[in-house]
Design a protein around this ligand. Structure first.
Ligand SMILES: C[S@@+](CC[C@H](N)C(=O)[O-])C[C@H]1O[C@@H](n2cnc3c(N)ncnc32)[C@H](O)[C@@H]1O
Length: 301
């Protein structure tokens, strides 16, 4: 069975070509070299610049099917409006990179009213693969957006720089970079990363598990199910919502549960603060009223 790894990455300069063909071959090689040189650009663009953090993909996907948007129209619809007047021009360049990676599709359309010809602009629409990256697809179907953030985080970049240690001395690259193993690190030293990591895991596992539950019938006869290393417990939750007779145990290190609770506690903290503010406001009102009545009575006695 063949796979994409078997496709050659290089093109050899062929002998027996006429001079122009050899020149063309050299240009292809040079483009190939540049593509390799700037490989890092794609994940950076995908994560940081337009796609996930700025919400470009969601913006393009939010329009009705068959509607294509220009970079100017996209810039106007972004959740955070750019103040940079050059934003559409810059977006256009970045969108082209997403087109070259089959994330978006693009075509040229003529601009201007009737009588104006010769002016054209690029318009964009999403490719089907985008559906897997939406941060909020709804319906509990999961998404890969959080894992893009994990894979392109500083924590992972630092790990990649220690790849050679793994090859040379057999040391796990993460431990080499961070002084401890991944799970110890995110529980003990970087809980924010831990929360992002486990959210990413849950979201991607949700996608897989939804598909598994469509075809796999083996859970029908299970009475007790333990998910070892079950993270936030979404996977076992999906199984038991389809098979409520199963007694389930989500087994993970205690602090992972704390990371999950942390998501909730932010909401709870806001509620508590609003409550405290309300109580303080009411108490202050009562004190003022009480002082006013006391002063009034004193002056009348
Ligand atoms: C790759 S994550 C998978 C999480 C989950 N299965 C999911 O799909 O969302 C691996 C999980 O194993 C847990 N884990 C690692 N070492 C463990 C241990 N010694 N005992 C229990 N859980 C552990 C981690 O905390 C983490 O949540």
């Amino acid at each position: 069975m063949s796979n994409h790894f078997q496709n050659p990455l290089t093109t050899s300069l062929k002998s027996g070509l006429i001079k122009e063909e050899q020149q063309l071959d050299k240009e292809t090689l040079s483009l190939q070299a540049e593509k390799i040189l700037y490989t890092m650009g794609f994940p950076m663009v995908f994560k940081t610049a337009p796609a996930l953090e700025l919400g470009v993909i969601d913006t393009i996907a939010a329009v009705d099917e068959g509607v294509w948007l220009s970079s100017t129209e996209i810039a106007l619809r972004l959740p955070t409006k750019p103040t940079n007047p050059q934003a559409p021009v810059l977006l256009d360049r970045i969108l082209a990179l997403l087109v070259s990676h089959s994330i978006l599709k693009c075509r040229m359309v003529e601009t201007g009213g009737s009588g104006q010809t010769g002016k054209a602009e690029r318009v964009y629409a999403v490719e089907p693969v985008c559906m897997l990256f939406f941060s909020n697809r709804g319906g509990g179907s999961g998404a890969l957006a959080s894992l893009v953030m994990v894979a392109n985080s500083e924590v992972y970049f630092k790990t990649w720089t220690h790849l050679k240690d793994m090859i040379l001395v057999g040391k796990d690259a993460f431990t080499s970079a961070h002084g401890m193993r991944l799970f110890e690190y995110y529980i003990g030293s970087n809980q924010r990363f831990g929360e992002m990591f486990n959210r990413g895991m849950s979201e991607s596992s949700t996608m897989t598990m939804n598909r598994v539950l469509e075809v796999y019938k083996g859970f029908e006869d299970v009475n007790t199910l333990v998910d070892v290393g079950g993270g936030f417990g979404h996977v076992i939750g999906l199984v038991t919502s389809k098979y409520p007779h199963i007694k389930s145990i989500n087994f993970d290190v205690a602090k992972v549960k704390l990371l999950f609770i942390q998501e909730w506690s932010m909401f709870q903290e806001i509620c508590v603060r609003i409550f405290i503010f309300y109580v303080a406001y009411v108490s202050f009102g009562l004190i003022v009223k009480f002082k006013f009545i006391k002063t009034f009575m004193n002056s009348n006695i």
